[in-house]
Design a protein around this ligand. Sequence first.
Ligand code: SF4
Length: 414
Amino acid sequence: MLAAMPPPVPPPTPAPGAPRVRERGDACPGALRLHSADDGHLARLRLPAGRLTARQVEILADAAEALGDGRISITSRGNAELRGLADGCGAELAPLLAEAGLLPSPTHERVRNIVASPASGLDGLGTADVQLWARELDERLCAAPWAAGLSGRFLFVLDDGRGDVTGLGGDVTLVAVAPDAALLHMGGRAVRVAAADAPRAALAAARAFLSAARAAGTGAWRVRELPEGHEADVRDVRKALAAEEVPEPVLPQGPPPAPGPLGPAALHVLAPLGRLTAARLRALLPADEVRLTPWRGAVVAGTDPARLPALEAHGLITRPDSPWAGVSACTGRPGCAKSLADVRADAVPGRPGLPVHYSGCERRCGHPHGDRVDVLAAPGGGYLVDGVPVARTDLARAVTTARTAPRTAPRTTR
Ligand code: SF4
C-alpha cells in the first residue's frame, strides 16, 4: 500500500535524566512510504552499502526523470532520495524498483540501513571485504520476519578495518580486525566473532536490541535510547554464536577515501552538495557497480580511473582540493517549509579545510558526523557560523576562515 506521509513531528524532549519514551514508530520516509515536502513527494530508497548495479543506475536515473524532478540526492547513510514526485506516482515507482531488484522485501524496505566501507575490496586497504558482509547481512535481514520491527533509523555499520565508517554512529558496528575475525560493538560492549559469522552476529545483536527495547517498553528506535537497566547485551550474541566477550575496544578511526583513483580499476567522486542529476548518475557508467557513499559521493568499481577528467567535465568533484569538496547542505527552501533560507543557493565554495554543513533550521538534517563548521540560517536573512552572526554578503569570508583556522578542540561533533 503506497501512501504519502505528512511531515514528521519532532519527538518531545525528555526531562533531564528521564528515559526517552517513543509513543509511535519512526516517521522516516521509504520507497513505499513517501514523505510530503514543499517540492512534492520524496522517496528514500535504502541501498545496503550504497550498492547499485549498472542496470539499477540506469533505472534509478530513468525514474528520477520520469517521475521526479530529475535529481537524486545522496544521504549521509549512502541512500538515494528522489524528490519532486507527483501525487500518486508511488504506484509507478514501486514496480519499477521491484523489477530492478531494489525492493527485495516490501516489509523490510526501511530497515535495510547498512553502511559499509565503500572502497572495501578495491584499493588494497582494509582487512576484509565488508561489501560481501553487507550483502549477506541484507539477505539475512530481509529473511527474518522479526527484523521488520526495527525502526527506519536503526543503523548497521561494517568497517573493513580502515576506520572510515566507525564514526558514523552505528547501532551495531562490525569491524574487521583480522582476515578471520571481527569485533562486534554495540552500546559500549564488544565481542569477537569469526569473520564468517560476522553478518549473523550483527543480526543477533539487532535482535538483542529489539528484545531489550520491548522489555523496556519505551519504544526505543536506537540503542542509545534504551533506558538504564535495559541495555541491549552483546552477551546475547554469545548465546547464538561462538563469540568471545572482549574489553570495550578503541575502534579504528580513519579518513574517508579522497576523491580520485582507487586502485587500478576504481575511482571515487563526490556529488556537489550531495545531489546528482540523472545525467551525472548515468555518466558514472560503464562500471561493474556504483556504491553511493556516506560522504555523498560514489565509488565506481570496474572502471578506468582515466575517466576522472570526463567526470569532472560532468560537474562531479574528482579532486580533494576542489572548492566544493566537504561542502554539504540540507534541502532548505524551497523544498522544506521549515527552512529560513535557500541554503543550497547560499552555500559557498572555498578553500578545502574542515567539512562545512549549511542548515535551514536547527534540526540540521543530514549533517556530517564529527567536527565541522556549522552554518545555520538565522531569522532576517543572515547566518550563524559556529554560532557567530554573519551577514549573507560576508558568508564566504567567514566560512573560509572557520574551515581553515586552527581549532584547539572540536566544536561540533553531534
Ligand atoms: S534542517 Fe533543513 S531540511 Fe531539515 S527541517 Fe530544517 S530546513 Fe528542513
